[in-house]
Design a protein around this ligand. Structure first.
Ligand SMILES: Nc1ncnc2c1ncn2[C@@H]1O[C@H](COP(=O)(O)OP(=O)(O)O)[C@@H](O)[C@H]1O
Ligand SMILES: [Mg+2]
Length: 356
């Protein structure tokens, strides 16, 4: 498959006022040189702690935010160079779904109005808006008789389905999914993930999938990018990342997953403290202030994201660091995955699995 999306050295700095009445300004280094490629029909997961810049990357890709520098290529076209008018019509091909669909649905619009609005805006399905709205409901496993209802009449999982239906209304090629299941119960998570995978197969969609649950990521992603303080610190296909995580940060994220059996032992690598303030990120390697392996060079030199055998890592010393307990950590991910998959089997993508 050809490359659908290419992020090329994306940077987003937010200037902010530090004092209410003062003129002193500071810059939030939200995203600092992020590059990746995504092929049609594939899913790239973006993982990392809160505040690492994942949502900002998602919004830059859709050009809901203007980058400070860098480019976004989509289907061979430079999105960052499109005039606003052309970007508006292009946006049909790039959609976003959110963690909390309720906040992105208009409470005063029925589901039908919600689904018809983007059709009208982009001149799609002329003369058959109502039929198209019913088709979209069918596509996401909701009964068409719900079209006349309002968002508050649905459960969280059903609202996420409506959010997905609205994104699909304009027949996109790429969907940025920003923590789409983080707020849902495990069994409902499984339904939504199944639905997203089923839609991907049927419609050839590409996903940028932002998540913090590594079991969900292991299920849905083809590739994984690990972000820390505005940088991608590791990028690999799913198998490579979970089987042999190279960056100490990735290793720490994996080792933070609780072990399935009580009493099971492994060496855990605990992440101390919080992500540092992105207004003044640490010099050199941004992870060094929390890294147990940090040395002098880490404070002086920013490690480049280097590829070795299709697996990239940004760490000066990764070859010297044995992946501690990585295999055990992966067992913990798998255990969670087995439970999720049990939920997948019992729920499938059947319709009306929830009642209102
Ligand atoms: N509009 C904004 N103005 C100032 N800072 C922002 C803005 N949006 C995001 N940030 C900051 O950028 C950093 C990255 O945020 P975000 O992309 O939301 O992270 P994530 O999605 O990984 O939690 C955070 O420190 C956040 O506070
Ligand atoms: Mg976010």
């Amino acid at each position: 498959m050809s490359v659908l999306l290419r992020a090329d050295n994306l940077v987003k700095h937010f200037p902010i006022r530090q004092h209410m009445f003062g003129r002193e300004t500071a810059v939030v280094h939200a995203v600092d040189g992020v590059s990746f490629e995504l092929r049609a029909g594939e899913t790239m997961a973006l993982v990392g702690e809160s505040g690492c810049g994942k949502s900002t990357v998602g919004r830059l890709v859709l050009r809901l935010l203007e980058p400070t520098s860098g480019k976004v290529w989509f289907g061979g076209e430079d999105l960052t160079a499109l005039p606003p008018q052309e970007m508006r019509s292009k946006r049909r091909e790039l959609q976003m779904i959110f963690q909390d669909p309720y906040s992105s649905l208009n409470p005063r619009m029925t589901v039908e109005q919600t689904l018809v609005e983007p059709l009208a805006l982009h001149g799609l399905a002329p003369g058959r808006h109502r039929e198209r709205a019913a088709e979209l409901m069918d596509l996401v496993g909701l009964a068409p008789q719900y079209l006349q209802r309002y968002p508050h009449e649905f459960s969280g999982g059903q609202r996420q389905r409506i959010g997905i239906a609205r994104a699909l209304a304009v027949e996109p090629r790429l969907i940025v999914c920003d923590e789409p299941v983080s707020a849902l119960d495990v069994s409902i998570q499984a339904q939504i993930i199944n639905l997203l995978q089923d839609l991907q197969r049927r419609l050839g969609l590409a996903y940028v999938f932002i998540a913090h649950d590594l079991a969900v990521v292991k299920h849905i992603a083809s590739h994984v990018a690990v972000m820390y303080l505005g940088h991608i610190v590791e990028y690999a296909d799913k198998r490579g990342l979970f089987a042999s995580p190279r960056h100490p940060y990735t290793q720490a994220l994996l080792s933070a997953i609780p072990l399935p059996q009580p009493g099971a032992r492994r060496e855990r690598m605990l992440l101390q403290g919080d992500v540092p303030n992105p207004i003044a990120p640490p010099s050199g390697c941004r992870f060094r202030t929390r890294c147990p392996y940090a040395r002098e060079r880490c404070a002086q030199e920013v490690p480049a994201l280097r590829d070795s055998g299709g697996h990239s890592v940004a760490c000066h010393f990764w070859e010297e660091i044995a992946p501690p307990a990585a295999a055990v950590a992966d067992v913990a991910v798998n255990e969670r995955l087995v439970r999720l998959q049990a939920a997948f089997r019992t729920t499938g993508v059947s319709k009306e699995v929830e009642t209102i």
